[in-house]
Design a protein around this ligand. Structure first.
Ligand SMILES: [Zn+2]
Ligand SMILES: [Zn+2]
Length: 647
């Protein structure tokens, strides 16, 4: 049969040819490098006969194929792990071991005895290395269901037995399961769909990383299994680079940094809701102040809307039907109420309480309103996924003719904001989805308005066809952080739905009622999440204007405490967040602690400084940068704060 290579060239192979034959026919080098073969999008072992019933588009997978190649050896490594476990822990029962995003895991039921821990990893890894060095071939074999069941019953592998029984039970009536595939490497055989690389030797570097508990089938009524996570790479260098990045992510974890920097904490008495310490609250308020300061000259008016609304509002907005489980609902005087999960319906209600003429438009409301969403407890994650938060939320009500200017205004606002944090952002335009409201003509106009706003600013953007909301197209703004992770920050969405549902109108020049268009926009998203992202991105070293403590005065001895406090007071009066460390500790200890807290400036004061009225300035990570008069330092610090400098 004729196959087609990625280059478009044809490759003729005899009937019954395997992936290995295909690679060899292309070249000896490729035959050596090959890990698997992809035929019409499906990956096969090299040893398998190639299918002959499709288009025949083939691609040899090698180390250079990226994620797919890594997935193969990580799956291989999971098998090697299971093999090692069976040898080291007789009686262990193995369940499933798939490759996952950055590695693999395997769930096992340990025999009676001490629980598995990290301390056991070196012995297991040594055993795994034996299997890898032995260059064991992965042998695939299709056997009847009866034969497979007999094998795993004999080996007391209950989970495998259950998996096979379920495969048979859940098979569609017109495609019954009569056989399953097994993969054998060395002495170990696993029930597995494959595919695998040709041999264990292709795993060049691997590491076991952690142990966790996991219920069989994710069902809390069933057996709690031991899950071991690991990863594998094609080189030691790649593994090390990955582990290093992981270490940095751990060090930058905002859940660790929040308490360390004295910003926030959590308590089970309010799951998913941060408790802000004074310094954290100040940083939070700093961001709210920024939104206000930037919004005012851009025509935003701050409004205040209620927290709790009668269910009738949520019925009008559609939340009651679609989103009720995610809202906190309560009752009073036989009426049902719900805490707002977003500000938009309240802003629509607010709009209806006044009359609007075309001369009033655009109306731009902003409100850092408190929102509550009943996120599942398992999904809560520090500040990044919370139940209680506030957004830098804004809603614009305008005419269709004004859309383009308003969107351009939102983008200008967005770029001015992100620039302050030195964030590089990417834009995505999401267009009409299959399920939508409104006429094609409406979508043509609104998509064109967003496109024009982007193009007229000469902005680069990608288009996500069909990814818009059902009520209108949108522009999403993403950033990539210092660890290479992508976050969505802002959004600008056109909405024809809410104005319709809430019956919003304005009086046109023709004295008739018309329906305005609504634009939802948030630039930072929620303040909580934005602070979490900033902490991780900067590794806790926030720009001076945002640092929870901007400077700390360090008296060398107790007799300098009063002088130190007077300097801290002067700087506080000038508007800085400053404290004085008057503990009876050595100054080197005080410096070390201030460094750990990532405080940008440390001001050391002793006899000399007290006599001259100066301070010895140290900068975080830089060390001693020389002496300065208190006045000069105050001017420098307040300058950095007022200009919201990134330096
Ligand atoms: Zn497998
Ligand atoms: Zn909204």
């Amino acid at each position: 049969m004729d196959y087609v290579l990625p280059s478009g060239d044809k490759l003729s192979l005899a009937h019954g040819a395997t992936g290995a034959d295909a690679a060899a026919a292309i070249g000896a080098g490729l035959a050596r490098a090959a890990l698997a073969i992809k035929v019409d999008g499906v990956t096969y072992d090299l040893s398998r006969e190639l299918p002959t019933d499709g288009e025949g588009k083939i691609e040899i997978i090698t180390e250079k194929s990226g994620g797919e190649a890594l997935e193969l050896i990580r799956h291989d490594a999971a098998h090697v792990f299971a093999a090692a476990m069976l040898e080291l822990y007789p009686g262990v029962k193995i369940s499933i071991g798939p490759p996952i995003e950055h590695g693999f895991y395997y769930d096992v039921e340990m025999p009676a005895g001490p629980a598995l821990s990290d301390a056991d990893f070196p012995a297991i890894e040594a055993k795994m290395r034996e299997h890898i060095n032995a260059d064991e071939t992965f042998l695939r074999e299709d056997v009847s269901v009866g034969e497979a069941l007999e094998r795993f019953v004999r080996e007391n592998q209950d989970y495998k037995v259950e998996l096979i029984e379920d495969l048979v039970k859940n098979a569609p009536a017109d495609a019954p399961v009569t056989s399953v595939s097994l993969y054998t490497n060395g002495p170990f055989t696993d029930l597995c769909r494959g595919p695998h690389a040709p041999s264990t030797k292709r795993i060049k570097a691997f590491k076991l990383q952690s142990v966790a508990g996991a219920y069989w089938r994710g069902d809390s009524d069933r057996q709690m299994l031991t899950r071991v996570y690991g990863t594998a790479f094609f080189s030691k260098a790649a593994l090390e680079e990955y582990l290093e990045r992981l270490e940095r992510a751990r060090a930058n974890d905002h859940r660790r940094l929040g308490p360390l920097l004295g910003m926030f904490g959590f308590s089970e008495t309010a799951p998913g809701s941060a408790f802000w310490f004074p310094r954290g609250a100040e940083v939070f308020n700093e961001l709210v102040r920024l939104s206000r300061e930037m919004g005012r000259p851009r025509g935003y008016s701050e409004v205040k809307t209620p927290q709790l609304f009668d269910s009738s509002l949520w019925k009008t907005s559609g939340h009651w039907d679609k989103y009720r489980d995610d809202m906190f609902v309560t009752e009073a005087e036989d009426r049902q109420f719900a805490l707002k999960p977003m500000n938009c319906p309240g802003h629509c209600q607010l709009y209806t309480l006044q009359k609007h003429s075309y001369r009033d438009l655009p109306v731009r409301y902003s409100e850092p309103g408190l929102l509550h969403r009943n996120e599942a407890s398992g999904t809560l994650h520090g500040l990044l996924r919370v139940r209680h938060f506030a957004q830098d939320d804004g809603h614009i009500f305008c005419t269709e003719d004004q859309i383009q200017d308003e969107v351009a205004g939102v983008l200008e606002f967005a770029f001015a904001t992100y620039k302050l944090f030195g964030l590089d952002v990417k834009l995505e335009l999401s267009t009409r989805p299959d399920k939508r409201i409104g006429s094609d003509e409406m979508w043509d106009r609104s998509e064109a308005a967003l496109k024009n706003a982007l193009d007229s600013h000469g902005l680069d953007y990608t288009i996500n066809e069909g990814d818009g909301a059902f009520y209108g197209p949108k522009i999403d703004i993403h950033m990539t952080d210092s660890l290479g992770r992508s976050w969505q920050l802002g959004t600008c969405q056109l909405d024809y739905n809410f104005p319709e549902r809430f019956g919003l109108t304005y009086t046109g020049a023709d004295n008739q009622d018309h329906q305005p268009v609504m634009i939802h926009r948030a630039l930072m998203g929620s303040y909580e999440r934005f602070i979490g992202i900033l902490l991780e991105h900067f590794g806790g070293e926030l720009p001076v204007w945002l640092a929870p403590t901007q400077a700390i005065v360090l008296p060398i001895a107790d007799r300098h405490n009063d002088f130190a406090q007077s300097i801290a007071d002067q700087l506080s009066d000038a508007g800085a967040r400053v404290e004085s460390d008057d503990r009876t500790e050595s100054v080197s200890r005080k410096i070390r602690d201030a460094e750990l807290r990532k405080i940008p400036f440390m001001l050391v004061v002793g006899d000399r400084e007290q006599a001259s009225g100066e301070v010895g300035v140290r900068e975080h990570r830089q060390g001693d940068v020389g002496s300065a008069s208190v006045a000069a330092f105050t001017e420098r610090l307040t300058g950095l704060i007022e200009s919201r400098s990134l330096a």
